[in-house]
Ligand binder design. Structure first.
Ligand code: URA
Length: 238
């Protein structure tokens, strides 16, 4: 249980500076249970709080845990240069909460991308020590062969990597598609592994992280959802 003033609550949820939030309240733009609240210092229990700003209802969330079905042509970097950033697919106030992608997908890679403003969560999800499997479906230019699958499972040497990198699982899906499971997240890893194995990746989609599958989230490309505790627990599972 934790009580905070309404202006602080709005500020914590990304609606702007304290002064700006105070003005929003004074302007009658904030309501709770259909009642306009114009007392900026009103102290409220944050747990389970629902509030409405500019006619849209929000739930108080201490932290944000988000899954996005990333479309192609969006960048994960904080300062996108050639394409819009993935943050532009989320409500505007999330950027003010410092929500960031957990790891990166290339601009042309699609699929499951986690985003959060919880540093401990981001760190834990990104830690190589946790060996969290990430599942990708890669489309290849050259036909998939048993030799390619064997090579990716054995490991390929990448430039700047001291030891060969291997897929933990690699299944041929059809003539030009592979399911590849990796436990590391090196730069362009799937594409570089395929290139090192003599093929070329023409499309890449991340379909699962840990035991959380994109299919189970029912998100169209560009859509996102909050992840609850049960879904977050799946992320850690091997
Ligand atoms: N491997 C890649 O090559 N690109 C990605 O976006 C993710 C994994």
């Amino acid at each position: 249980m934790s009580k905070q003033t309404l202006e602080r609550i709005l500020q914590s949820q990304g609606f702007g500076t304290r002064k700006w939030c105070s003005q929003l309240i004074a302007d009658g733009e904030v309501s709770i249970n259909d009642e306009i609240i114009d007392d900026t210092r009103l102290s409220l229990e944050t747990n389970g709080l629902e509030f409405n700003v500019y006619g849209e209802t929000w739930q108080y969330r201490e932290h944000l845990y988000i899954a996005l079905n990333k479309p192609a042509d969006y960048e994960c970097s904080r300062k996108p240069s050639h394409h819009p950033g993935v943050l532009s697919l989320l409500p505007e106030q999330f950027a003010l909460r410092d929500v960031q992608p957990v790891g990166r997908l290339d601009h042309d890679t699609t699929g499951l991308l986690l985003m959060s403003d919880d540093g401990a969560f981001i760190h834990a999800q990104s830690s190589p020590k946790r060996h969290i499997p990430k599942v990708y479906v890669a489309t290849t230019h050259e036909a998939v062969t048993p030799q390619l699958v064997a090579l990716l499972l054995k490991g390929v040497k990448l430039h700047d990597e001291p030891a060969p990198l291997a897929a933990v699982v690699c299944n041929q899906l059809d003539g030009h598609q592979l399911e590849i499971v990796l436990e590391q997240g090196k730069y362009h890893q799937v594409k570089r592994m395929l290139a090192a194995a003599g093929n070329h990746c023409t499309a890449l989609r991340r379909t699962r992280i840990g035991n959380l599958s994109l299919d189970d989230l029912n998100l169209a490309e560009g859509e996102w959802c909050y992840l609850d505790e049960t879904q977050r627990a799946l992320l850690a599972a091997p």
